[in-house]
Design a protein around this ligand. Structure first.
Ligand code: G4P
Length: 286
């Protein structure tokens, strides 16, 4: 999805989200497990005040397992409910129903005291572009419905997907705006492919990926591209080696750096290099 954010767009999105918030009990916020802070917009905390909160560490299949555990703990300590999921394969999705009930226990008990029985929890899925919202909604709707024998029914003016007796989902996700103003955040989002490639120089991006990899995952560079002692190499030299090993050559036999950069970027984003996490909680760093 190509979205260019500008102030007018952001104000409009915020207003729409504020309206939707009035309709729901629970915010299901998707973040990219590879960069859980860079891929979230903290404005949602203000917008979702008073609502039950569930964070889904999505694309957890692409992120480091140990780091997923760190982030789960980090978000729990901040008072969020958290589930690690892979919306593409559906893994982790079956845990969500139980956690939703737990997250909304207060509301459900309040309802019960007032004699309101069996009113489903209403939830909205939110997240920045590309974090997996549509994939998640499809996967969740399918699972919840096959398990309960329900059909994903549409009720109340096409607005709600009834997942089962206890949960309804607003049928369109809330799109949060990425935080481009912070350079580090912008860089991580570019690495994940959230930002348009056209607004970035791909060779530079590949070099930044190499700097990160040599610092955090030098073994991956050796395994995939045969780059030994990656920690001591210049990013440009490593890109040259990728060009050589992948036979990326221009007409006169010169190495084709841009092609090598493209290969690295694709390998990085698709998980072919291995599972990697771009940021870890401060207390786990070092
Ligand atoms: P959005 O609605 O938030 O904008 O995101 P969307 O569902 O369109 O997902 C963006 C991309 O992320 C899609 O890939 C989707 O398949 C992928 N994706 C979503 N969740 C997961 C996950 O948990 N794990 C992995 N590995 N990938 C996930 P795409 O390349 O745009 O499409 P496709 O080639 O997969 O069809």
């Amino acid at each position: 999805m190509n979205i260019q954010w500008y102030p007018g767009h952001m104000t409009k999105a915020k207003r729409a989200m504020k309206e939707d918030m009035k309709l729901i009990d629970l915010v299901i916020e998707l973040v990219d497990a590879r960069a859980p802070l860079a891929s979230r917009n903290p404005d949602i905390d203000e917008l979702g005040k008073g609502k039950a909160r569930l964070i889904l560490l999505n694309k957890s299949d692409l992120a480091g397992e140990r780091e997923n555990a760190f982030w789960k703990e980090w978000f729990r300590n901040k008072g969020f409910f958290v589930v690690e999921v892979n919306s593409k394969s559906g893994s982790g999705i079956n845990k969500i129903n139980g956690v939703v009930q737990e997250a909304c226990r207060e509301k459900l008990e309040r309802d019960r005291r007032r004699g309101i029985l069996n009113r489903p929890v209403r939830a909205m899925v939110v997240g920045i572009p590309n974090v997996g919202k549509s994939t998640f909604i499809n996967s969740f709707a399918k699972k919840a419905c096959t398990r309960t024998g329900n059909k994903p029914g549409v009720t109340k003016g096409n607005q709600w997907i009834r997942l089962n007796k206890t949960l309804e989902l607003l049928d369109t996700p809330g799109i949060l705006w990425p935080r481009f103003e912070d350079q580090q955040v912008g860089l991580m989002l570019a690495m994940l492919g959230t930002i348009n490639d056209e607004i970035l120089n791909r060779d530079e991006l590949a070099m930044e990926m190499l700097k990160l990899l040599q610092r955090r995952y030098p073994g991956m560079l050796c395994e995939r591209y045969g780059i030994e002692d990656a920690e001591e190499k210049e990013p440009y030299a490593m890109l040259l080696q990728i060009a050589r090993i992948r036979a990326c050559l221009m007409k006169g036999g010169e190495p084709d750096i841009s092609k090598a950069a493209g290969i690295l970027i694709d390998d990085f984003r698709s998980g072919k290099l291995g599972r990697l996490t771009l940021e870890i909680p401060e207390d786990k760093a070092g």
